[in-house]
Design a protein around this ligand. Structure first.
Ligand code: ADP
Ligand code: ZN
Length: 303
């Protein structure tokens, strides 16, 4: 059996796993992302943890085909450099791949985290049968991993799929990126909590907002219906642009489940441009928490 190491670098934690070629996790470990130390020191810390996990697993270096790293964008996947992610403060132009490669003398691949999660859903999740699908994460922000003809669509530097900053309704005010009415500004977990807090006149989480929605609070129902509508709008744009067969939705907000999926499905059934597009299935992600490390490892198997 061949194995790859998957590393998922996030704003609060770094997950590391040894994954076999079927997508099964053999060993898993999590360390916290220490933002009080430099990014380079943090990568050294990750290297040491990879070493520890490898040693404990008993897997030898010649059973390993590589190390895959998923990290928040923007990044340069071809150069293996994390450039300036808003969710990893201080990680400016960090040559992650080189720093890991030098330590282990084996190939290291870097991709943005949504792309990695898409590959994980392909390898062992909700898109195993699909060569044309898009994975969308609705979480703190919104991002996507696009697979066309069985291959990840990377773009120039690996930042393709950043659909969170697509304008869907300018009347919603100014997004953190400077544009008016971005998808992420309206429909991310952060956005839902922000708008719900204004309505309720106190700080509430997006989970609280959904509880109020389920209990029938009129203003909140109105808010959530708008959120679902713009998610539908985004899915239709994705379907019309990429001719996708399936859209897989993950991330914290997708845990709301049926109301979200039914609402988006109905919008798609009505408004995708062509008949096949209108039949695009909108399904929940299967892997969730583990998709980051499995996807990062899948970069090595998918080469
Ligand atoms: P991350 O963005 O760090 O990858 P998550 O995918 O868990 O993390 O997304 C976090 C966002 O999802 C937060 O805005 C959180 O409030 C929201 N969220 C998490 N669980 C739920 C839930 N059950 N219902 C609604 N929103 C949720
Ligand atoms: Zn924006």
């Amino acid at each position: 059996m061949k194995y790859a190491i998957g590393v998922d670098i996030g704003g609060t934690k770094v997950a590391i796993a040894i994954v076999d070629e079927t997508g099964k996790i053999k060993m898993h470990s999590v360390i916290s992302t220490d933002i009080t130390i430099s990014a380079i020191k943090m990568v050294h810390k990750i290297n040491r943890e990879i070493e520890r996990v490898l040693k404990e697993s008993g897997i030898s270096m010649n059973q390993l085909i590589g190390i895959g790293v998923g990290a928040p964008g923007p990044l340069d996947s071809k150069k293996g450099v994390v450039t300036s992610p808003p969710n990893l403060k201080g990680w400016i132009d960090v040559p992650v791949s080189r720093l890991v490669e030098q330590h282990f003398s084996m190939p290291v691949l870097l991709e943005n985290d949504a792309n990695a999660a898409a590959l994980a859903e392909k390898l062992t999740g909700a898109a195993q049968e699909n060569d044309d699908f898009v994975y969308i994460t609705v979480s703190t922000g919104i991002g996507a991993g696009i697979v066309t003809e069985g291959k990840l669509l990377r773009g120039l530097k690996g930042n393709a799929g950043d659909i969170g900053h697509t304008v869907v309704d300018p009347s919603f005010g100014r997004c953190t990126c400077g544009q008016y009415g971005c998808l992420e500004w309206i429909a991310s977990g952060t956005a839902i909590a922000r708008q719900g807090s204004v309505i309720m006149d106190k700080d509430i989480t997006s989970k609280d907002v959904f509880n109020l929605y389920l209990s029938g609070n009129v203003e909140i129902v109105h808010l959530i219906e708008r959120v679902f509508r713009v998610l539908g709008v985004a899915c239709v744009s994705v379907i019309n642009t990429f001719d996708t067969e399936k859209i897989v939705i993950g991330g914290g907000v997708s845990k709301v489940g049926a109301p979200l999926f039914q609402s988006i499905q109905t919008y798609v059934n009505n408004f995708a441009l062509n008949e096949t597009g209108r039949k695009t299935e909108i399904v929940p992600a299967k892997l969730e928490q583990k998709s980051g490390v499995i996807g990062a490892a899948a970069l090595c198997f998918n080469r």
